[in-house]
Design a protein around this ligand. Structure first.
Ligand code: GAR
Length: 213
């Protein structure tokens, strides 16, 4: 059975979507552990309440960023994951760590990459006047919020949207595409060709780009 390790920093709703999909769809994989860089994040409570092994690598508990990165890398290595999922993990990982998990590390990001990498994506999408926004699941490469794109969820920005209404709609789309992308990866259905990720059948490939209300 394949081992997934999920990295979190905050609320943990994407982690919960993964836990739900993993148990409801009886994946041939298990969430081996959750790693949080914040000891008191809601994600920690959620992981505990679900009985998932929780490791805390407290970002504030180290003298340097390098020491934190080392500890995070060691914690991950001990868990021997087949797949690492960044589900709202709000730290930039060092190149050396990312390179240890080539095409075995996924990230969910709340924008249609390559638009709006980084923070405050919903506000920036509104401010830009964009009519379409969304979320992206991608393999992680060392650059920030970059790497081969597996799936994207798009939705129309309404004139009445605020940052919070937009964030809520994007988040619910995230909960759909993240488990889907993880399952495709686990089932060996993804082929990476440079920046392009192909799903095994042309008909199925349509589900790599989805519209949400
Ligand atoms: C999600 O919107 C996720 O896409 C975003 O953080 C939020 C975490 O929510 N991630 C990033 O911005 C990474 N660049 P959650 O803790 O409820 O899953």
């Amino acid at each position: 059975m394949k081992k997934i390790v999920v990295l979190v920093s905050g609320r943990g709703s994407n982690m919960t979507a993964l836990l739900d999909a993993c148990s409801e769809q009886r994946w041939n994989a298990r969430i081996e552990a959750v790693i949080s860089d914040r000891p008191h994040s809601p994600a920690c409570d959620r992981a505990r309440s679900r009985g998932v092994r929780l490791e805390v690598v407290d970002a504030n508990g180290f003298a340097s960023r390098q020491a934190f990165n080392q500890s995070l890398g060691d914690t991950l290595a001990c868990l021997q994951p087949d797949l690492v999922v960044l589900a709202g993990f709000m730290r930039i990982l060092p190149t050396e760590l990312v390179e240890q998990y080539p095409l075995r590390m996924l990230n969910i990001h709340p924008s249609l990459l390559p638009a709006f990498p980084g923070l405050h994506t919903h506000r920036r999408a509104l401010d830009s006047g964009a009519r379409i926004h969304g979320a992206t699941v991608h393999y992680v490469s060392p650059e920030l919020d970059a790497g081969p794109i597996i799936a994207q969820a798009a939705l129309a920005i309404q004139d009445v949207d605020t940052e919070s209404t937009l964030a809520a709609r994007v988040l619910s789309a995230e909960h759909h595409i993240l488990p889907l992308a993880v399952k495709w990866h686990l089932d060996g259905r993804l082929q990476v060709d440079g920046a392009r990720v192909r799903l095994d059948s042309p008909a199925a490939a349509e589900t790599q780009s989805m519209w949400f209300a």
